[in-house]
Design a protein around this ligand. Sequence first.
Ligand code: ATP
Ligand code: MG
Length: 411
Amino acid sequence: MLQSQLFTRTSKTAPKEEEAINAILLTRAGFVDKLMSGVYTFLPLGLRVIHRISQIIREEMNAVGGQEVSMPVLHPKKNWEQTDRWNSVDILFKFTSYYTKTDLVLGPTHEEVVTPLLKKFILSYKDLPRAVFQIQNKFRDELRAKSGLMRGREFLMKDMYSFHASEADLDEYYEKAKIAYETIFKRVGLGKQTVLTYASGGTFSKYSHEYQTIVETGEDNVFLCQKCNIAVNKEIIADQSTCPQCGNKDLKPVKAAEVGNIFKLGTKFSKPFEFQYKDQSGSLQDIWMGCYGIGISRLMGVVVEAFHDDKGMIWPESIAPYQIHLICLDDTSKTKSDILYQELQKNQIEVLYDDRMDKTPGEKLADADLIGIPYRVILSERTGDNIEIKKRSESDIKLISKKELFVQMGK
Ligand code: ATP
Ligand code: MG
């Protein structure tokens, strides 16, 4: 991508009315634009990050047998009445159709849609287990939408729902989902910071599990067990002083952001929709369900909170908008830089090329630090046939050959 052609622009000053670091940096770098509190446009650079995170999640959900669907965002009131959640859930965006006078809600989660949907197809034990997932915008009328992408009123979520013949089968699948989640957080670059966290359960299980990324700006308070690297959410106060996994009593309070949540729903949603299956003897049995969420746009915000410095963002390679930021500092290196840009593209190496001739070298370098692409590459008279390369996460500048650059990029 030629930076001169990007319709967005970087800004030196922080946007008004933003407090969160993620919102400030993402806006300044031209990744997102705020429409109103908790509602953002994803601009070309930001959307590339969203797509890369989504693709990692999609691959890992497919690997545990998830089948991707896209359910409607518009839900009828009756489904939410059936589960008794029309009045009890406070974050619903409700409205009435002008023509049909029916009450509707913008989906904040999809148990009310996925349960009757799967009921149409799952009839017998032979049809189980099944898991479906989607990647879609969710709508929640959140009280405090001040943390940029970390708490949106419209935000992107991956939600998966699994359906089982027995509690034991749900338990087995739940453990597979845990492993998939660990893989996802590792792949997006948050493996070290993200811990499995015991949270309050509900009707069918003692605990649910959250995935909490330890960041100072997180909204949640968790108690970290440094022995087995799991945490306990402060909300399950009853036994916050003991690690539920190893019994350690020395837990450390830390701030964290919830990037994912997995839950054994049991028969909570299958019961109100009378969703049952026929077992081998032909008698009707309850369906057991699990649900598995990841806040994709929140995760993007959390990555910025976790990886930045006073100059800007520092993207992990796996989710960066581009791998290389090629910068042409002045006229004398324009031809050389143009050629390298073509070669990188030919080799399918994702490159943002700062070919803007109306910017000073200082402005270009500052923009590269702000945008945070993993490798900055510069050609100049000084570099001769070689290439100057600098990792955004390190301060060393190295001179390498073109060939070495391609090897470094996995080519
Ligand atoms: P929270 O306690 O932070 O409000 P939640 O328990 O309501 O989260 P879930 O309903 O389990 O969240 O949703 C699944 C995931 O979606 C969460 O783990 C989180 O990463 C993300 N998420 C939830 N609410 C928001 C929001 N308002 N903005 C962005 N992401 C969100
Ligand atoms: Mg919530």
